[in-house]
Each structure stands twice: as structure tokens, then as C-alpha cells.
Write a protein that binds this ligand. Structure first.
Ligand code: NDP
Ligand code: 8X3
Length: 241
């Protein structure tokens, strides 16, 4: 049985991925700030799929909390085979001259610094065992930009660069790095982006069939199912619309 650590498993892609991997040969470490949701997910996986789940409840923007969480792992849970760097968010949608500094900091601290903090703690555990797979959830916003998307797009461009950089550093240790870049996907993402305005969030998907979290979970499961000698570097997925 392999162990996958999924950041941001309380909702959207992270939650769907936990449920998908639990149907295969994975025990799971699930993380996020909303502990009640992690506990519900743990219960669901244990009952439905008979897999072990370990909860780590922390804010990924705090290196101190990240270090403490990973250091707290019991020995058997430290053999992490897969790290899914998924936790992330967009906050606000403004022209650059109207940008809100606090929104920018939330995005940069979560999407860039948070990914670095957790990778810095988990990658050495993989290097020690000369084995592992890091799956980074980027975005089409990591290779293109759109009006008002400035800082969110910049954080996902950083994820794109980091994915390539990590791959250069990790492959020599037999550790694969895959970047998955989804397009428009209906999760809690837009509710967070519009700061709880459900109406605006809903309008984002008006007239189109977006991707769903399960579509991305399917791709993650696919890249993790490849033979040992195969590394899928990138997958870009958009809705037909
Ligand atoms: P959701 O809002 O549904 O899920 C985001 C997850 O990230 C939640 O579990 C949340 O957990 C976690 N998270 C956010 N901030 C923190 C934090 N400070 N500390 C710990 N966990 C945090 O959105 P998605 O599932 O859509 O987003 C997942 C990833 O997919 C993100 O990186 C996003 O950029 C990317 N993406 C999304 C697209 C979309 O259109 N939806 C398209 C392309 C990429 P909690 O709040 O409990 O801490
Ligand atoms: C999220 C997709 O198009 O809203 O990464 O930037 S988009």
C-alpha cells in the first residue's frame, strides 16, 4: 500500500483526489484548515474504502505549522510516496492599479510559499528513500494570463517554473514530478475568489460545462498508475467550452 499526502483535501480537487486514490492502493494523509471536513472525509474513506487516513490540520502559509505537522507524523506515515501540492486559491479579480495588497499576499503565501514549505519538508523524506512522485496542481493560468488575473496568474506561472525546476532536481533521485494544469473547474474556487458572493461565483460557469474536481482526480490517478520508468511531465486539461 502506498501513502499519498494531499494538501487542501477539504474541498474540490483535493477532496475528490483523496476519494479516488482511496479506491486504489493508497492510504492517505489529508491536510487543510477545516478540521471538521477532514474528519468527515476520514470517516467516509475508512467506511467506504477501508483505507487508513491520517489528518494534518494546519495553515500552509505558516512554515512553522508545516514543519510541526510533518514532524508530528508517526514513523509509518513518514514513508510518503506521493505529494499532491494542491492547496491554493485566487482572491479578488482587479486591474493591477486597484489590487488589494492583502489578496495578493494570501495568494502568494498560499500558492507559492506554501508549496515551497511543504515540499521542503516532504522531498527530503523521498530523497532518503530514492523514491517518490510529486504532483503539482498548476493551472492554464500558469502559461497564459487574462485581464484582472495578474497576481493569481503570476503565482501559477511560479508553479509552472517550480514544477520544471523540481523535476530537474528530483529525477536523479528517482522522484517523478508532474504538473497538472486545469482550465475552468467548478469547485469552491470562485466562491473564495469572490469572497463568498455565491451569485458572482455561479455566473463564472453560466452557459458552459466546466470541468469538475473528479475529472482532475482521474488524471492524477492516471499519472500515478504509470510503470516505474514513465514520468508524465505535464497534463493540460480544459473543458470543451
Ligand atoms: P477549492 O477552494 O475547492 O479547494 C482549495 C483547497 O485549498 C481547500 O481544501 C482549502 O482548504 C485549501 N487551502 C486554501 N488555503 C489554504 C491554507 N492557507 N492552508 C491550507 N490549505 C489551504 O478549490 P480547487 O479545488 O478548485 O483548487 C485546488 C487547486 O486547483 C488550487 O491550487 C487552484 O489554484 C487550482 N486550480 C483551480 C482551478 C479552478 O478553476 N477551480 C483551475 C486550475 C487550477 P481549507 O480552506 O480547509 O484550508
Ligand atoms: C483557475 C483557472 O482560468 O480561473 O486556475 O485562472 S482560471
Amino acid at each position: 500500500m502506498r501513502i499519498a499526502l494531499i494538501t487542501g483535501a477539504t474541498s474540490g480537487i483535493g477532496r475528490a483526489t483523496a476519494l479516488k486514490l482511496a479506491q486504489g492502493d493508497f492510504n492517505l494523509i489529508v491536510t487543510g484548515r477545516r478540521k471538521d471536513r477532514l474528519e468527515e472525509l476520514k470517516k467516509e474513506i475508512e467506511v467506504k474504502y477501508k483505507k487508513d487516513v491520517h489528518i494534518l490540520n494546519f495553515d500552509i502559509r505558516s512554515n512553522e505549522q508545516v514543519e510541526k505537522a510533518i514532524d508530528s507524523l508517526p514513523e509509518r506515515w513518514r514513508k510518503i510516496d506521493v505529494l499532491v501540492n494542491n492547496a491554493g486559491l485566487a482572491v479578488g479579480l482587479n486591474h493591477i492599479q486597484d489590487g488589494v495588497i492583502d489578496d495578493w499576499e494570501r495568494m502568494i503565501d498560499t500558492n507559492v510559499k506554501g508549496v515551497l514549505y511543504i515540499t521542503r519538508k516532504v522531498a527530503p523524506l523521498m530523497v532518503e528513500r530514492e523514491s517518490g512522485h510529486i504532483v503539482n496542481i498548476g493551472s492554464i493560468a500558469g502559461v497564459s494570463v487574462y485581464e484582472n488575473g495578474n497576481v493569481y496568474c503570476a503565482t501559477k506561472h511560479a508553479m509552472h517554473a517550480l514544477s520544471q525546476g523540481m523535476r530537474e532536481d528530483m529525477l536523479k533521485h528517482n522522484i517523478k514530478v508532474t504538473e497538472i494544469r486545469p482550465g475552468m473547474l467548478e469547485t469552491e474556487f470562485s466562491i473564495i475568489r469572490f469572497k463568498g458572493d455565491a451569485e458572482k461565483a455561479k455566473n463564472t460557469y453560466k452557459g458552459v460545462t466546466p470541468l469538475f474536481a473528479e475529472d482532475i482526480a482521474e488524471s492524477i490517478n492516471f499519472v500515478l498508475s504509470q510503470p516505474a520508468h514513465v514520468c508524465i511531465n505535464d497534463i493540460e486539461i480544459t473543458p470543451i467550452a
